[in-house]
Design a protein. Sequence first.
Length: 493
Amino acid sequence: MSLALATQRDAARRAANRTSLARAAAILLGALLMMWPAIFNRYPLLYPDSITYLENGSPVARALFLHQLSDYYGMRSFIYSLGILPFHWNTTLWPIVALQALLTACVIWLVVQSILPHRTVFWCLALVALLSLLTSASWFVSLIMPDILGPVLYLCMYLLVFARDTLSRSERIAVAVIAWWAVASHATHLMLAAGICVLLAAFWVVFRRGFMSGRLRAVGGLAAIVMLAAASQFALHAYLYGEPSLNGERPPFLTARLIADGPGRWYLEQHCSETKFAGCGRVRELRGDADQFLWGADGVWKTSSVEAQGQMLHEEIPFALATLRTYPRAQLSKSAANFWQQLSSFEIGFDANGWMVQQFVHVLPSEKARFEQSRQAVNDLPFDFLSMIQNWTVAASLVLIAIFGILLWGRWTPRLVGLAVVIIPAVLANAFVTGVLSTVEDRYQSRVVWLVPFLAATLTFVWLAHRQAEPLFTTGNEEVTQKTESEVAAALL
């Protein structure tokens, strides 16, 4: 009997080793697939904001670890800048792309494993290949920006709430850390993560006996991660500037949006005689262009004094409320139009400009020549073709979601419902937050829109797996049948 048990243990150990090797190989191959735009470009992709993220890491690190404080650290996320600093040290950018690719591939693997536990290697690689070739996912993986961390965050939120039992202890810790970094890496990530937590809590109230059964504690844990990320931002800004803040020295995005929409400009034109908002002295310079207001060389923000800029930021919320009270219908109508425009604007494109090249001397002096040899530097990337492919992919994905959502009717597991409940609100809320509160830009929606094909492909794969008579569905809360380690390994391989 002891010999038989020992033989079974050895077989289980070998099966577990094969499973681990298969998973590692799938993740590494998936990460490599998602890096193809950077390889094709001959250099990691850059955006003007990328330069500031790279530049800000060093002074913030000196302030934190050497106590060498400065007067200004930039306006971007310091936590993202700190996170990528050990991977570039102002020398090379390729390790950042590798990091983002591995994080994305790992999270996708965990999501696929939670829903398709059999032949996971095949399904995961098929999904990664589709996303890499047909959507913007791989382009944002290859872009030195925190943008890719947004959709990765929303998938992590699904894992922590709806698939927690499929994660080992170390995997739960890793996913929680990734979620924390992603939340702290961009203001929109924080807003959307907080909103999704509130939405999930509301769903628990309504569906606590359905797909949200037993998930209140997980939602609370997720909310704790979001609050910890916010607290980290408060603490870091308090240390650097002596005043707690979520956004540091950010521009007045909402003010610029209201003025560009029209109602904000109308309010100042009509009420400056009775109010003392900072923009009153420059009403004649206000235009219907938020980018010009914020970033133009002769724009209101850049040409205002430090005192005037501080006053604009202090008055931003009172100004927004006053505008909304005075012109509610006009502003709501314009905001709805902005939301719809942002929701449907997700073309791919990261063109280079002269300022980026000039800044290489200060940030990456040894890399300037390599960047100039890239396709992006000479604007020779097929963005029009790629955007067309993504547009058709998203349209087809919406059709597939409807078709397979109906075909799987009655077989939707709590995890499938959870994935949809996270992805759909995240895509919609991203369009609202960016289009209504900031400005309409293709990049903002393109960074998350690949989650729609992700959901469509997952539903399609689940239907195909069900057609193959795999025992994926049960009548209780458990969604997969238990197998021995050797059977799981055989199914994976």
